[in-house]
Design a protein around this ligand. Sequence first.
Ligand code: PAF
Length: 289
Amino acid sequence: MLICTTPAEMQAACRHVRGSAHSLGLVPTMGALHAGHLSLVSAALTQNDAVAASIFVNPTQFGPNEDYAAYPRTFDEDCRKLTEAGVALLFAPTAADMYPSGNTTFVDPGPIATRLDGASRPGHFRGVATIVTRLFHIVQPDRAYFGQKDAAQAAVLRHIVRDLNLPVELVVCPIVREPDGLALSSRNRYLSAGERSRALALSRALAAAGDLAGHGETRAEALRAAMLSVFSVDAGPDAAPVRLDYAAVVDPDTLLPVADTSRGALLAVAAFIGATRLIDNLLIPAHEG
Ligand code: PAF
């Protein structure tokens, strides 16, 4: 695996790879790789002749009081996993490589960037849209791979690809879960054992609402109430506190709330488990009949 650290080096290496391969896939990541990331790599390998990945903890998508400094950085282990998986090229710039002084151009996706995580984390999706657009310009992939766990991020990226006519196909891969339902996330490694078990509230809330939807319930309020009831269960005085950020029933493309899920919907939750903010979601298919 060839590792490039500057945008110019990566641009040249990708030009070279594109010259000999018919198609190039890109898996953008912030590192601290887990099986969810590796599922993106393996989807990319089946659909492209060559695969590039990036590891960059992007400062512009973190708020001032968020975990930018503490975000897990496991570069050597990540490189080993990507090499074993068959990634040809890795882009691993520093913050100074990507944001040298005088770099002031941002991609602002508009109102969609203020919904769900964008409401709780102002500026987050502007930072994501900016870095992903730049990665697309540097790598010029045919396809780029993202996880469904970040459903709002996927909606924002679909929006900018459409608005800016970016010549890339977005591929959104299914959420990978632990056997007990916890969605894989690099932030799970922040959790203590007690917090880890409290974190199951997210997937349980979604499962409760999904069950109801499976039995024909299409009223968003009823599905939302099912999610809230899981979060309101008191796990006792020793349990780490769970603070719900949002439990929403929205259109998966616009992220706007829907009142009825007959045409399909996204159930999305975010919660703080102690100091760790986790997200999870479930797509409800359109109701038949
Ligand atoms: O999903 C992530 O890991 C990040 O938001 C991304 C897409 C790599 C941009 O920094």
